[in-house]
Design a protein around this ligand. Structure first.
Ligand SMILES: Cc1ncc(COP(=O)(O)O)c(C=O)c1O
Length: 389
């Protein structure tokens, strides 16, 4: 049975365990999963309806209806929520966000070139750079508040650096970089003639008081070096439908895309495109409700951590439904998630996968029911209250 949350439906554990998704299937049934970034909410009814329309009609032939409409819907959505009007003819569709990142890094840089990331950082950023034979350049965010130190960023750049791969809002810390930090990033990009790949997939999942500003709006010199990548997948819980989009602000990169063989990138599938289109045209109310729900979960977790987990550090995220927990004083070693899986039977994401400064940390996905979130915290509390072994 579902609990109603305004327009949104929180799925019950029994239903979640019947799904085939990785979140609820990877671990044995006594484990509560809070790792991969899927929400325990039913997908929006308009997205389900968009997919069902194709399924009911058996409309599985070549179908570019939504593919053709998506860049304009995205542009209107960005204009409405983030004050940015990306040009439709500069927008390309990709199967997913990582696909777009991988292709842009590959096209713009050469083997051995440096690609900067701000750590801790979403682990596939690191693997996609390393597997491309590019050099990972880690720039650590300041541990108190996860702010960017502009000097540290500038110092990390040398002649072989060609790309800054940014994630804003930032996974795992939930930071929304402010004007000063955005300007600093923009300056480094322009001064060193870097390409900025800005993964803004979390841009719609902000909490009250925080405003996501696309990097392409910082100034024209930055915009002309920026690729902005987004998808409806995080805000609307559609990750399995595989549909993303990139606005290519850099003319030289656009030329490289234009020179690719015509089938090199493939085409997104019509189910993902139709669902994404429905979200960016009908998703206003759903998103509003969901954001409220997620802020409540964030506040719920914060209140319990503050009251019951004195050894755990938790800087409240300004965006995302991810909690980046500092467990370094909790006596759980450098990879607390591994011990917590064993002792608390909760599955968090391993901090060290996010970079060197992720040691002692774990990421907790808060997008679940209040009851499940409480049970996750109960398990954490009971393990941390145990005398250390
Ligand atoms: C910052 C960021 N980028 C990309 C992705 C993955 O997106 P996709 O599945 O479309 O590659 C995620 C997923 O959580 C993410 O947090």
């Amino acid at each position: 049975m579902n609990q109603s949350n305004g327009d949104n439906l929180i799925r019950h554990e029994d239903e979640l365990r019947r799904l085939d998704g990785v979140k609820w299937n990877r671990f044995p049934s006594d484990v509560l999963p809070a790792w991969v970034a899927d929400m325990d909410l039913a997908p929006p009814s308009f997205a389900v309806e968009a997919v069902r329309n194709l399924v009911d009609r058996g409309d599985f032939g070549y179908n570019r209806r939504a593919i053709g409409l998506l860049p304009e819907a995205f542009s209107e959505w960005q204009q409405r929520y983030h004050g940015w009007r990306p040009a439709v003819d500069e927008t390309l569709l990709f199967n997913d966000v990582l696909h777009a990142i991988q292709v842009c890094v590959w096209l713009h840089s050469r083997p051995g070139d440096g690609v900067v990331v701000l750590t801790p950082i979403y682990p596939p950023f690191r693997s996609s750079i390393a597997e491309s034979g590019r050099r990972l350049v880690d720039v650590a965010l300041e541990p108190e508040g996860w702010r960017l130190d502009p000097e540290r960023l500038a110092d990390a750049i040398d002649d072989t650096t060609s790309v800054l791969l940014l994630c804003t809002p930032h996974n795992p810390t939930g930071r929304v970089f402010d004007d000063e930090e955005r300007q600093a990033i923009g300056r480094v990009v322009v001064d060193n003639d870097l390409m900025l790949i800005s993964d803004e997939v979390w841009g719609d999942v902000t909490h009250p008081g925080s405003v996501h500003v696309p990097m392409a709006t910082v100034d024209p010199a930055v915009a002309s070096r920026t690729v902005t990548i987004s998808s409806a997948s995080k805000a609307f819980n559609l990750a399995g439908l595989r549909c993303a989009l990139a606005h290519i602000g850099s003319a030289s990169l656009a030329d490289r895309f234009a020179a690719l063989p015509s089938h090199f990138l493939g085409e997104v599938n019509s189910l993902g495109a139709e669902a994404s289109l429905a979200c960016w045209t009908e998703g206003h109310r759903w998103l509003e409700d969901t954001r409220r729900f997620l802020t409540d979960r964030r506040d719920q977790l914060k209140a319990r951590v503050d009251a019951e987990l004195p050894t755990v550090g938790f800087h409240q995220p300004e965006a995302t439904y991810l909690a980046w927990l500092d467990l370094s004083a909790a006596g759980l070693g450098s990879d607390p998630a591994a011990l917590l899986l064993d002792r608390a039977r909760i599955a968090l994401s391993s901090g060290p996968d996010f970079g060197e400064n992720g040691r002692g940390f774990a990421r907790l996905n808060m997008a679940t029911s209040p009851q499940l979130l409480d049970r996750l915290v109960d398990r954490l509390v009971s393990v941390l209250a145990e005398p250390s072994r």
